[in-house]
Design a protein around this ligand. Sequence first.
Ligand SMILES: Nc1ncnc2c1ncn2[C@@H]1O[C@H](COP(=O)(O)OP(=O)(O)OP(=O)(O)O)[C@@H](O)[C@H]1O
Ligand SMILES: [Mg+2]
Length: 250
Amino acid sequence: MLNGTCMYKKDKTSQKKITPIVADNLSVSFGSVNILNKINFKIHDKDITAVIGPNGAGKSILLQTINGLTNIQKGKITFNSFLHSDDIRKKQALVFQNPTLLRRNVLSNMEFIANIYKNIDKNIIQNSLVRCGLGGYDQKSARLLSGGEKQRLSLARALLTKPSILLLDEPTANLDPFSLKLIEDIILEENKKGTCIILTTHDMAQAKRLATNIIFMNKGEVIEQKNSKTFFNKPETNEALKYIKGEILL
Ligand SMILES: Nc1ncnc2c1ncn2[C@@H]1O[C@H](COP(=O)(O)OP(=O)(O)OP(=O)(O)O)[C@@H](O)[C@H]1O
Ligand SMILES: [Mg+2]
């Protein structure tokens, strides 16, 4: 503390840990509309966090905010006490709900990221593609991939960068059961290697299978953050109880 104000680290973060992630009264609005409202949470590096809640709760915007893509109006988010920076963004990867791919073939989409990040050779590219079930897809036009294949290509690209924080927005929403298992296994493997994973999902069974930590949101607010078992066994709020039971939240 200095003169009553907390000093946040601003020095180079390239070699440094960027977890825990702490949101402190974080608020984001678009124009006059409040989208995230005074959000607080703490996410540890060992966590797989599932952000859950109804449509429009603010889950995707929260992931984008963690990735530094929104303007924070009030409050703050810190990464091991560091404020956001290009270095921190480079250590994260965000796989969007509707991924944007280059209008080129699968391999070019991978090489594009490899060229930005350097030190990513052909073997690493092929390994990522195979892990995501896209072995042999090199020459296929990304534009012509199915929804699920696009999502898997987007994850394969994200894995190339070996992120410390992997943000996945509904990563299995369009996937068949085989692909779903493939992606869930990758999530668990990456987490075991030390990657902090934050995903959004509407699949409560998936949240139970994967998550150690739950952030439950509604109407732009974090209503509960809990250890996954505690959350599902004993939600603290009526809203969470209703949501788990599949009832409409008004
Ligand atoms: N660019 C934008 N401008 C204005 N409002 C936006 C914008 N993007 C999102 N919103 C609004 O922010 C709110 C939260 O959106 P968000 O996409 O985060 O919801 P979500 O929880 O991810 O929902 P879903 O489960 O449907 O994916 C919604 O009411 C949405 O309409
Ligand atoms: Mg969303």
